[in-house]
Design a protein around this ligand. Structure first.
Ligand code: PLP
Ligand code: COI
Length: 355
C-alpha cells in the first residue's frame, strides 16, 4: 500500500519546544501523524498528514464499548541519527492486543515502514538531549457507528508523536508505590495482558487513593488471592532478594513488557540469578524488614527504569534501599538508556536506525 504524503506548509509548522525535559509527559504533539482506515475487510487510505482532530460518529463503538488498543515506543536522536528500540516487538504486541479485542491486525512490516517515514518527516522533532526522546503512540479504535454490542466492522489506526522528558516528575529518582488492597486491575482470562484502554481506566480510582497519601503509582496484586505482585500502573516490577532478581511470570493478567524482556536478557547475561516466579507481598514486607530485599524497580518504555523508594501497604509505609537508587537499578538504567540512545554497544541488535 502506498502512503500518501500531505505535508503542512513550512510557514504553519508549530514551534518546537525549547526544552523537552521540561514538558509534562505527552502534552505536546508534532506537526504530522500517520493514519489508515479499515473498511470492507481491508486497510486503506494510508497517509501522513497534518496532525488533526478526529471526526467520529458519536455512536462509534470505541466510545461505548472500549474497543481501543495502543502501543508506546520511543525514538532517540543522537549524533544526527534517529534510533528506535525493538520497534517490531511493539507492532507484534499491537496485533496480540488486536486479536484479544477482536480487532484486525496490521501488517507489522508496513506499520514499521510507515512509522519510519513519519519519523523522517518529523526528524527535527526528535529531541537530542540526554533524558529526552520522541514518544510514539500507535493507536487503533473501532469506529463503526452502532449501539449494539459487537466487534466493530470499521477501524482507524493512527500514529502520533510527542517529544518527552522523564515520565515521572521526580525524574530518575526513587518513586513511591501504593499497594492496592481494595481494587484489582485485571484477572486471568480477562484483558490484562492486552494494551487496551479500559485497563488504564480501571486503574484510575486506585491511583486517586494513592495520591491521597502522597503516592504516585499503584502496585497491583493478583485478583484471586490478593497476595502476589502483578505489575505497577505503567511498568513491570522487579524485586532483588539478596543475590536473586525476581519478576512475576507472564500470568495472562499482566502486560508482557518489552523493557521487562530486555532487563531479563541484560541481567541473565550479567550472570545474575534471575527468576520469573510469583512474589507474595508477605515475602516483600518480611524481606524489607530483614534487609533481604535490597532493591526494587519498575520498568517500562515511558518510565524506563524507575527505582522504588517506598511502598505503602495497609496504612504503613516501608522504605526500600534506604529510599535511594540501588546499584543494580542504576546500572540497568545506564545500560538500557546507553543502548537505546546508541551510546553503548548493542550486542542484541535491538536498535533500529531510521535511515
Ligand atoms: N505494564 C503496563 C500496564 C504498561 O502500561 C507498560 C507500558 O507500556 C508496561 C507494563 C511496560 O511495557 P513496555 O516495557 O513494553 O513499555
Ligand atoms: C508506555 O510505557 O509506553 C506506556 O504505555 C505507559 C503509558 C500508559 C504512559
Amino acid at each position: 500500500m502506498n502512503i500518501k504524503m500531505i505535508l503542512t506548509s513550512s510557514d504553519t509548522l508549530k514551534p518546537k519546544p525549547a526544552d523537552a525535559l521540561k514538558i509534562p509527559f505527552g502534552t505536546v504533539f508534532t506537526d504530522h501523524m500517520f493514519s489508515m482506515e479499515y473498511l470492507n475487510g481491508q486497510w486503506n487510505g494510508a497517509s501522513i498528514h497534518p496532525y488533526r482532530d478526529l471526526s467520529l460518529n458519536p455512536a462509534a463503538l470505541c466510545l461505548h464499548y472500549g474497543q481501543g488498543i495502543f502501543e508506546g515506543l520511543k525514538a532517540y536522536r543522537r549524533g544526527g541519527r534517529t534510533l528506535l528500540f525493538r520497534p517490531e516487538r511493539n507492532f507484534v504486541r499491537l496485533n496480540e492486543s488486536a486479536s484479544r479485542m477482536v480487532m484486525p491486525e496490521v501488517d507489522t512490516d508496513f506499520a514499521l515502514s510507515a512509522l519510519k517515514q513519519l519519523l523522517k518527516v518529523e526528524r527535527d522533532w526528535v529531541p537530542d538531549v540526554q533524558g529526552s526522546s520522541l514518544y510514539i503512540r500507535p493507536t487503533m479504535i473501532g469506529t463503526e457507528a452502532r449501539l449494539g454490542v459487537k466487534p466493530s466492522d470499521e477501524y482507524l489506526f493512527y500514529i502520533i508523536l510527542s517529544p518527552v522528558g522523564p515520565y515521572f516528575k521526580e525524574g530518575f529518582s526513587p518513586v513511591k508505590i501504593f499497594l492496592s488492597t481494595e481494587h484489582v486491575r485485571a484477572v486471568r482470562g480477562g484483558v490484562g495482558a492486552a494494551k487496551t484502554m479500559g485497563n488504564y481506566a480501571a486503574g484510575l480510582l486506585a491511583g486517586t487513593k494513592a495520591a491521597e497519601v502522597g503516592y504516585s503509582q499503584v502496585l497491583w496484586m493478583d485478583a484471586l488471592d490478593h497476595k502476589y505482585l502483578e505489575e505497577v500502573g505503567t511498568m513491570n516490577i522487579f524485586v532483588k532478594f539478596d543475590d536473586e532478581l525476581v519478576t512475576p511470570p507472564l500470568s495472562g493478567s499482566i502486560l508482557a513488557g518489552i523493557t521487562r524482556d530486555s532487563v531479563l536478557t541484560l541481567t541473565k547475561d550479567m550472570g545474575l540469578n534471575v527468576v520469573e516466579r510469583q512474589i507474595s507481598i508477605d515475602e516483600v514486607i518480611e524481606g524489607i524488614a530483614s534487609g533481604k530485599v535490597t532493591e526494587m524497580f519498575g520498568c517500562g518504555t515511558a518510565a524506563i527504569i524507575a527505582p522504588v523508594g517506598s511502598l505503602w501497604y495497609k496504612n504503613n509505609s516501608y522504605t526500600v534501599s534506604d529510599g535511594n537508587t540501588g546499584e543494580l537499578t542504576q546500572h540497568l538504567f545506564d545500560e538500557l538508556t546507553g543502548i537505546q540512545s546508541g551510546e553503548r554497544e548493542d550486542p542484541y541488535g535491538w536498535v533500529v536506525e531510521v535511515d
